[in-house]
Ligand binder design. Sequence first.
Ligand SMILES: NC(=O)c1ccc[n+]([C@@H]2O[C@H](COP(=O)([O-])OP(=O)(O)OC[C@H]3O[C@@H](n4cnc5c(N)ncnc54)[C@H](OP(=O)(O)O)[C@@H]3O)[C@@H](O)[C@H]2O)c1
Length: 337
Amino acid sequence: MANDIQFRRPKIGPYFSRLRHHWAWNAKSLLTPGQALRDRVQGKVVLLTGASSGIGEGVADKLADAGATLLLVARNADKLEAIATGIRKRGGRAFIYPGDLTDLDECDRICQQALADHGHVDILINNAGRSIRRSIKFTVNRFHDYERTMQLNYFAALRLAMNLLPVMEARDEGHIINVSTVGVQANPARFSAYLGSKWALEGWTWVAANEYAHTNLRFSSINYPLVRTPMIAPTKIYDYLPVMSPETAVNWLLDVVITQNKRKLGIFGKGALAMYYLLPKTSESIVNLSYQSLFETPPADYVSRKARGENRVMDTAEGHNDSKVAPFRARDSQHRA
Ligand SMILES: NC(=O)c1ccc[n+]([C@@H]2O[C@H](COP(=O)([O-])OP(=O)(O)OC[C@H]3O[C@@H](n4cnc5c(N)ncnc54)[C@H](OP(=O)(O)O)[C@@H]3O)[C@@H](O)[C@H]2O)c1
């Protein structure tokens, strides 16, 4: 059995050059961010998903203006074309690759076309995302909530990476940026489907970073707090909360492009992480308090406890009488399902 084990001499030289580059690019990003961005992306090919709206739209403009060739991906071809036209008018290079990323064949097709057109992709930004805001108890008849978030936020991102990684490896150059959320640190209630998929994406990111640390391939994750984009528009309570502006969110992503840092996490995320590990029960109580305090309209397809023949019909957490809920009727969530 022992004969089956084979060792190779590991390369440790790349760790030192990586450290040097890390400090140099972080300093550049801090002192001269505009120049640093141009130095990093001039002539590079960037495949950006979710480019038709919100954070992606802003990032597309900035990267193209800094000299990158943008390959824009989303479902809405008209919106992508309008963004690409704007970039071209300013002298930049942009191409559109419309498609529904929840279809894995579409992911393959987009990547194959992109590689045929441009030979390689230097930076893949997995930014397209779907969020669903719903309590676990209201998802008992909605397993598809979990499938939908996994399909776009996890499997599509991986499928694009699987298509592009071999060429990145062959060129020993590439950067994959996966857009995540501070929910992974804070674990807010009602986001089990969304956060499960983002946790999965982050898990993959960290393993990939560990496996490729001796190469010039880099992997990053960004943990955004709430950002004022169309994604959160349907949830009215967010109108009254201080949330990050799209401009700041775009700058966060550009900073990760420049520095290639593994994680971008703000002060709130760091605090939430510390709370979670140091005072887990207190952190749980705080989240639960906010969960109990907010009323949530159940989806129309929610089968009430009463309908299932149970005695208690008053739901104390939500304060509503769920015996009044209409029977099965498919409907999407109030956040973005
Ligand atoms: N906004 C926030 O508060 C917040 C917080 C934390 C993390 N994030 C993350 O930030 C990223 C960007 O979100 P955003 O706020 O900019 O949202 P957004 O404005 O709603 O944009 C979402 C993008 O994803 C694309 N998309 C959705 N479904 C798709 C599909 N099936 N195939 C291809 N593209 C699809 C949309 O384009 P089409 O509709 O044209 O397909 C759109 O371009 C997401 O990963 C999100 O999870 C956002």
